[in-house]
Ligand binder design. Structure first.
Ligand code: 9MR
Length: 367
């Protein structure tokens, strides 16, 4: 074989193997190299708060790198689980605020904002309340007492300037659901229970921002429309509400940017604050990968960039912030939920290395 023929074959083989690496075949695609530490941080690149989730254990445990990264890149925190009803409302008129206190005091010491999550959610009702033997009026009194006591308790933890460290609550999470567990509030308090919960929260603290939070608001126009209807009813009957949390558990394909943008427009037209409250992005829904390929890492980078750009189309006064639902890929709830260890939905890899996703989101902030 002539040398030129031989070279042609080698080059052709190289081209084929390179193009193959773009097709997400786990056997040929290289694992993307972690990016070097970026020169700008998220919080200094955004003119709105950037948050992440915490647990009290992680804020006091041996994982100091988590805290270093949290304090470096983020300026808002949300308890992933420690400030849910199931964690705090331990018995009739009985509360355990110890973990919430640890979180809010950490935020106070480190100059972070706290977003409270979540006062009422059907997936976090303590068993004693689910099986409550009292009358409906007594059930309602328990929920009312819990909301008022909890909101007042956290409002009392102040910065040195006298402002509450906790600025906001998801008052009700995921009301629009068919989940049977949710029916207890409708049945025992009444169909206006959401409105009552917001009113009780406001009565406990005149300043705290009150949010309604839900999933699929970016992907499902009919669900976003239900939220808009609820907000309009609130406006008519003078129920207090300050903001809408769009959870934003999204993936590479869904929702597409046009759908997402249309739904953001629908919700921002209420004039309320908009929080992207639980952002993450699944990249392996079809479970075809066993390692994150360069092409999917790049697709994730691009979509995170577009999400940041889209958020900035919301009028500045309505930007409550963007909160990520986890630090490292391996921390994500999606690994259990999707029953797939091969998911990489977040901005940092399992070793806290910055991913391409981080760079994309940062680019979007600075765009
Ligand atoms: O990430 C949370 C996971 O650790 C919990 O097991 C789960 C049930 O309490 O809640 C997860 O967070 C959810 C959030 O509170 C509300 N929106 C959906 C989130 C993912 O399920």
């Amino acid at each position: 074989m002539k040398l030129t023929n031989c070279l042609t074959i080698i080059i052709a083989a190289l081209l084929i193997s390179c193009s193959g690496s773009g097709d997400d075949d786990p056997n040929v695609s290289p694992t993307p190299t972690p990016t070097p530490t970026p020169t700008a941080t998220l919080k200094e690149s955004a003119n709105f708060p950037i948050g992440n989730i915490v647990s009290a254990n992680r804020l006091s445990g041996t994982d100091t790198y988590f805290r270093t990264l949290l304090n470096k890149e983020f300026n808002s925190i949300t308890a992933e689980n420690d400030m849910k009803m199931g964690a705090m409302f331990v018995g009739p008129d009985t509360y355990d605020f110890s973990k919430g206190d640890a979180i809010v005091n950490y935020a106070k010491a480190n100059g972070l904002r706290v977003h409270g999550h979540a006062l009422v959610w059907h997936a976090s009702i303590p068993n004693w309340l689910k099986n409550y033997a009292g009358t409906d009026a007594e059930f309602e009194a328990q929920v009312k007492g819990y909301i008022k006591t909890t909101v007042a308790h956290f409002a009392a933890i102040k910065t040195t300037e006298g402002k509450s460290v906790l600025e906001s609550w998801d008052v009700v999470n995921e009301h629009f659901t068919n989940d049977a567990a949710a029916a207890v509030f409708n049945t025992r308090i009444g169909s206006d229970y959401v409105s009552k919960c917001f009113t009780w929260a406001r009565e406990a603290d005149a300043d705290v921002k009150l949010f309604y939070n839900d999933y699929n608001l970016g992907s499902t126009g009919s669900k976003a429309a239900q939220v808009v209807d609820m907000v309009n009813t609130f406006k008519t009957n003078l129920t207090p509400i300050d903001g809408i949390g769009m959870q934003m558990h999204i993936d590479l394909e869904y929702p597409d940017l046009t759908t997402l943008s249309n739904n953001v427009t629908m919700l921002k037209n209420t004039g309320l604050l908009i929080h992207f409250s639980e952002l993450d992005m699944s990249v392996n829904k079809d479970k075809s990968l066993t390692t994150l390929t360069a092409s999917r890492a790049n697709a994730q980078k691009e979509k995170y960039k577009q999400v940041a750009i889209l958020y900035k189309t919301i009028p500045e006064a309505q930007r409550f912030g963007i909160t990520f639902w986890g630090m490292r890929d391996t921390d994500s709830w999606l690994i259990n939920f999707l029953n797939n260890p091969n998911e990489w939905p977040l901005l940092f890899d399992s070793n806290y290395n910055y991913k391409q996703a981080f760079i994309g989101f940062l680019d979007g902030l600075n765009n």
